[in-house]
Design a protein around this ligand. Structure first.
Ligand SMILES: Cc1cc2nc3c(=O)[nH]c(=O)nc-3n(C[C@H](O)[C@H](O)[C@H](O)COP(=O)(O)OP(=O)(O)OC[C@H]3O[C@@H](n4cnc5c(N)ncnc54)[C@H](O)[C@@H]3O)c2cc1C
Length: 395
């Protein structure tokens, strides 16, 4: 059996893995990144929507991996009204396959060693201490010894479980999703559309994200605890029949999105989890790309610092949690409380919200403006959101 030594082994080459690996290597650490698929970014299980501000700190914006630039989000109420929220071209729909590859290239250029078709199958221990990763590479079992493992292996993460971390999600904390990439329909090339309502998508929403080449991602995510009787595919098929009977489905993806408040524990001696593996996802929107990159940037930096300090104890690595909490972790908890409130709202609240958005002229649209209009138009809705905010602070 072959053994090789590194400071850090990163498992998974999605946005979390490649950013963590790059940030650690930039600080001089020797880093191996393992990816079980034959290349990063495939299969794409994502609607591919991000904000420019979210990704810009991590990668130079390049049109080659941008499928569409987004000017507005259109909300569709359960009773059939619609309202546009404008963002002046600050949203993108990505070509994830190319975007993820580019993130890997940046990591490799910084000195990261990357292996594809390299499936991590377990952790190596000396007594209680994690000392490396066992992986299968073209049929051969290999071992990479290291001081720190970074688990960036996505929503179905096994790395956490191998280390004794409880990564289980309650059914109401995972959205089950189905998405069709379609062609042959008319859609706005610069607007994302969102459809709400208990009959349309219980505990979630249907999205239409435009892509280049006359294609669009049309998908649905519904709360796992509401999916037993009728699954997301049945809801999406009804929507397609109603709205786009002429659509041609190019391909279909299924996937889960964690919509939890986070994990109680995602750091132990010699190991950290990042991205979907650590449930670092916006619980309301289900967006996790930017969150994964932000968390990974911190984790990669802390891992390199711990190598320099010769200290890979949980106590040292908790610097990652401290910084994550101050950047986004606390906000995620607030969002989670809001999600719980939104889940309990009846359709009339969503109808109201859309009508309030309709009353704001395009050039005046901002969240501040929406808040002030809501205070006048539906103070109970604002109180609902405020209660969620306070509840999150008390958790
Ligand atoms: C239908 C759907 C739509 C979504 N839409 C959006 C959206 O529009 N915007 C947004 O921001 N987010 C969206 N998300 C969420 C987003 O895709 C994730 O949050 C994001 O990909 C997380 O990045 P990650 O690096 O943590 O995990 P991933 O991107 O899942 O990467 C994990 C990597 O680890 C690899 N891996 C797993 N196990 C092993 C192993 N044992 N050994 C080696 N490699 C392994 C996998 O092959 C994979 O490449 C969506 C998710 C779904 C399912």
């Amino acid at each position: 059996m072959k053994h090789k030594n590194y400071d850090i082994v990163v498992i998974g080459a999605g946005p979390a893995g490649s950013v963590a690996a790059r940030y650690a290597a930039e600080q001089g650490a020797s880093v191996l990144m393992l990816e079980r698929d034959r290349e990063a970014g495939i299969p794409v299980r994502c609607a591919e929507g991000v904000s420019r501000n979210g990704i810009a700190p991590f990668i130079d914006i390049n049109p080659k991996w941008i499928a569409a630039t987004i000017d507005s989000a259109c909300l569709h109420s359960p009773d059939g009204e619609q309202a546009y929220m404008y963002n002046n071209g600050t949203g993108y729909v990505l070509e994830r396959r190319l975007f993820d590859t580019e993130l890997c290239n940046l990591a490799i250029t910084t000195g990261v060693e990357m292996l594809t078709k390299a499936d991590a199958i377990g952790l190596e221990y000396s007594g209680e201490k994690i000392t490396g990763v066992r992986f299968k590479h073209f049929g051969e079992i290999k071992i990479a010894n290291c001081s720190i493992v970074i688990g960036a292996d996505g929503v179905e993460s096994r790395v956490g479980r191998w280390a004794g971390i409880n990564t289980a999600l309650a059914l109401n904390d995972i959205d089950t999703c189905v998405q069709y990439t379609v062609s042959g329909i008319d859609f706005e090339s610069d607007a994302c559309h969102f459809y709400f309502g208990k009959k349309v998508s219980p505990g979630g929403y249907i999205w239409i994200f435009p892509k280049s080449g006359n294609t669009a991602n049309i998908g649905i995510g519904i709360s796992g605890d509401l999916a037993a009787e009728k699954g997301p595919k049945a809801y999406l098929d009804e929507f397609m029949k109603r709205t786009f009977p002429e659509a041609k489905v190019n391909y279909t993806v299924f996937g889960g999105v964690p919509t939890a408040w986070g994990l109680k524990e995602y750091i132990k001696d010699n190991i950290m989890l990042v991205g979907d593996a650590a449930r670092q996802v916006n619980p309301i929107t289900g967006g996790g790309i930017v969150q994964a990159m932000i968390a990974a940037g911190i984790a990669g930096q802390v891992a390199a610092d711990s190598i320099k300090a010769g200290d890979q104890s949980k106590k040292f690595l908790l610097r990652y949690k401290k910084e994550w909490d101050s950047k986004l972790g606390k906000i995620q908890k607030t969002m989670y409380s809001m999600k719980e409130r939104f889940m309990k709202m009846d359709d009339s609240k969503f109808n109201n919200l859309v009508r309030l958005c309709q009353s704001i002229p395009k050039e005046e649209f901002s969240l501040k403006k929406l808040f002030s209009v809501a205070m006048k138009g539906d103070p109970l809705l604002v109180a609902e959101i405020a209660r969620a905010f306070v509840a999150s602070k008390l958790k």
